[in-house]
Design a protein around this ligand. Structure first.
Ligand SMILES: Nc1ncnc2c1ncn2[C@@H]1O[C@H](COP(=O)(O)OP(=O)(O)O)[C@@H](O)[C@H]1O
Ligand SMILES: [Mg+2]
Length: 315
């Protein structure tokens, strides 16, 4: 490992004051500080455009930072690119190009990039673990979206990197495949490797990640252990009520929990331990009548809203 003078454990990922200003673009990262510990399963969440992919692409050397520190196990991602890249596997959000290769050729080519020439034993293991054996000789261009996802995961791991970053690897992937991918990634993590995941599925982050950072407008706005970060939001329900006419002004107890409104409906956020009858009593006092209502678990967006409101309140 690189410099370790104080005997402190070198973080798997070390980021300080990281900024990225795209030419003719927005400030994508506005000074991010973040450490991910070796062996952690870490979640990087945030709305679209928050800067997640930019951060990941800086770590993998695809995007150049404007300023700040970014290191993989103590190796700078630009000035020590060869070392840092060797320690990192990245599953990109999208395959930028579609090479005219079979799956095995692609994985061999990727191995060659990392200087590995006799890697077939590990490639066979990857193919088998990711249920790709039968596709080894299929051209990448003839694979379904789900199969391509698996190949992207395999290509990220050809050099057995101790740090793997997955950028929304399960977007648009069916539930069954998602679960088998997670079993695989979890096992890789349990072998001592560090995993960083971005996802839009709250259940996924909640089930897999030990800690979560939330990025918004290029800033880390929340960072905590998963159960602490989500505790408050997990105690909420989303109540949607459709009325036969626009209910107009609501009494204070309903207005206080109002999340959204459209012509004939209102959306409320309700504490789990608050009796529903208590709320419905106010609803029944309105001149509009209930046509339909339903209760939902909060979506990731609602959790963001909640956490961000909280962060602002503490400013
Ligand atoms: N190559 C680029 N050139 C200019 N702007 C970009 C580029 N890539 C991303 N951006 C912008 O930077 C911001 C962060 O984007 P991104 O890192 O892709 O966020 P996320 O992955 O969280 O959705 C967005 O406003 C996006 O439009
Ligand atoms: Mg992205």
């Amino acid at each position: 490992m690189a410099g370790n003078p104080g005997g402190m454990r070198t973080p798997a990922v070390h980021i300080r004051g990281l900024r990225k200003n795209y030419h003719h673009g927005p400030l994508a990262l506005g000074g991010v500080d973040l450490d991910v510990e070796p062996g952690e399963f870490f979640g990087l969440l945030g709305p679209n455009g928050a800067g997640k992919s930019t951060l990941i692409n800086i770590l993998s050397g695809v995007v150049r930072r404007s300023s700040g520190v970014a290191e993989i196990f103590g190796y700078d991602v630009e000035t020590q690119y060869r070392q840092s890249r060797q320690l990192l596997g990245v599953v990109p959000q999208e395959l930028a190009y579609d090479p005219f290769f079979t799956v095995r050729e692609f994985l061999r080519w990727q191995s060659g990039y990392f200087g590995l020439r006799h890697n077939d034993h590990w490639l066979d293991e990857l193919l088998s673990e990711l249920d790709l054996d039968s596709k080894a000789n299929t051209n990448l261009r003839n694979l379904s979206g789900g199969m391509k996802r698996r190949v992207l995961i395999a290509q990220a791991l050809v050099h057995r990197p101790p740090v793997v970053i997955l950028d929304e690897p399960t977007a648009g992937v069916d539930v069954e495949l998602r679960q088998s991918l997670w079993r695989f990634i979890r096992r890789y993590n349990q072998q001592g490797n560090t995993v960083i995941l971005t996802t839009h599925y709250l259940e996924e982050a909640e089930e897999l990640c030990e800690r979560i950072a939330i990025l918004q407008h290029g800033q880390v706005v929340a960072l905590d252990r998963t159960e602490r970060l989500l505790a408050k939001s997990r105690n909420k329900r989303i109540l949607t009520i459709h009325f036969d006419s626009d209910p107009g002004e609501l009494p204070a107890p309903l207005n206080d929990i109002l999340l959204g409104a459209s012509a004939g409906s209102r959306v409320f956020q309700v504490d789990k331990d608050r009796p529903m009858g208590d709320i419905l009593q106010y609803v029944q006092g309105l001149s509009s009548k209930i046509v339909d209502l339903h209760l939902q678990e909060p979506r990731l967006e609602d959790v963001f809203t909640d956490i961000l409101q909280d962060a602002r309140a503490h400013d």
